[in-house]
Design a protein around this ligand. Structure first.
Ligand code: DOR
Ligand code: ZN
Length: 350
């Protein structure tokens, strides 16, 4: 008889999620709300969510689209621009906005309104230091002369380290880290002299290396930004996520795109993992013999970082295989999840 394995953990939160807007919300939200109590909602809409008023309106649309009776709580983030004012930062803090997001201009989906030079944001960053609101960074430089696989490592030297020195009180989350350099930087960051540091890690960066994008042909549903890296980097991320170090916590970066915009001559970046996020993380932690560390990573360290209470309800996962559907409805189109048509080893049972 095969061993039946069940794990019960404190209900997790997703500290990095894209759910888009409008007709897409009702189709996508249930996937996240069935596993997570809260999620940080990324602001890279078109136009981006740059003000408290826009964030409040977006939050109201999300709440209206939630499945009936859902207790899910969207946590709002503002999109930092060259023009973000110190007064908007203060207002954000007063209205419960949890963070600002730095998209270097041109780095990824809907980032054309992003920051062209962080020095233009000095007043906003000083206000963030003063009121303790974190900056979430998409950590890639954008210069076309920089190899796509090096963009994160170069960001550390050219942008992140100077930023921490210029703004020593700034709390920073290095989002969706993908390299051993980023894991090491976060692990070793001097938070006594400079601001507190955290990092999120996605399920795809724990489970796959860059070969996954090219196995037997080009596989657009494995393409996200920052792009998957070499195996040595995947291993460093697994080590960080399963180490019990509270600087590393869960952020899926689930990023749905309509099927045709990914299966395309110039396909969009983003992996859709909201439907099966916790089974994917459980598989990665089990592969590393570290299931007992899943709860800290998924349900405790992120809440602690943001100064929010840990959840009290539970999530139960069972070692039971099930199939990832080929696609899900997304408005008038469909979205293809990561590992579509393949078997997962863990299921959510409560
Ligand atoms: O792969 C990605 N997709 N990376 C990002 O930074 C943005 C995201 C999206 O919004 O599609
Ligand atoms: Zn993202």
């Amino acid at each position: 008889m095969s061993e039946i394995k069940t794990i019960e953990i404190t209900k997790p939160d997703d500290w990095h999620l894209h759910i888009r807007d409008g007709e897409f919300l009702p189709d996508l939200l249930g996937h996240t709300a069935s596993q997570f109590s809260r999620a940080i909602i990324m602001p890279n809409l078109r136009p981006p969510v740059t003000t408290v008023d826009l964030a409040n309106a977006y939050k109201a649309r999300i709440k209206a689209a939630l499945p009936k009776g859902s207790q899910f709580e969207p946590l709002m983030v503002l999109y930092l621009t060259d023009n973000t004012s110190a007064s908007e930062v203060k207002k954000a803090k007063e209205h419960g906005v949890v963070a600002f997001k730095l998209y270097p201009a041109g780095a990824t989906t809907n980032s054309d309104a992003g920051v062209t030079d962080l020095k233009k944001c000095s007043a906003a960053l000083e206000a963030m230091e003063a009121c303790g609101i974190p900056l979430l960074v998409h950590g890639e430089v954008t210069g076309i002369e920089i190899d796509i696989f090096d963009r994160e490592a170069v960001f550390i030297d050219q942008v992140l380290e100077p930023l921490r020195i210029r703004h020593p009180g700034l709390k920073i989350v290095f989002e969706h880290i993908t390299t051993k350099q980023a894991a090491q930087y976060v692990k070793e960051a001097d938070t006594a002299r400079y601001g507190v540091m955290g990092a999120t890690i996605t399920p795809q960066h724990l489970l796959f290396n860059r070969n996954a994008i090219f196995t037997g042909g080009i596989r657009p549903h494995y393409y996200c930004l920052p792009v998957l890296k070499r195996e040595e980097h995947r291993q460093a991320l697994v080590e960080a996520a399963t180490s019990g170090n509270s600087r590393f916590f869960l952020g899926t970066d689930s990023a749905p795109h309509i099927k045709g915009t990914k299966e395309n001559a110039c396909g969009c970046a983003g992996c859709y993992t909201a439907w099966h996020a916790m089974p994917l993380y459980a598989e990665a932690f089990e592969n590393a013999n570290a299931l007992e560390r899943l709860q800290g990573f998924a349900s405790e360290f992120g809440a602690d970082f943001y100064g929010l209470p840990r959840n009290t309800s539970k999530l139960i996962l069972k070692k039971e295989s099930h199939l990832v559907p080929d696609e899900f409805p997304m408005g008038s189109g469909t979205v293809v999840p990561l590992r579509a048509g393949e078997m997962l080893t863990w299921s959510i049972v409560g």
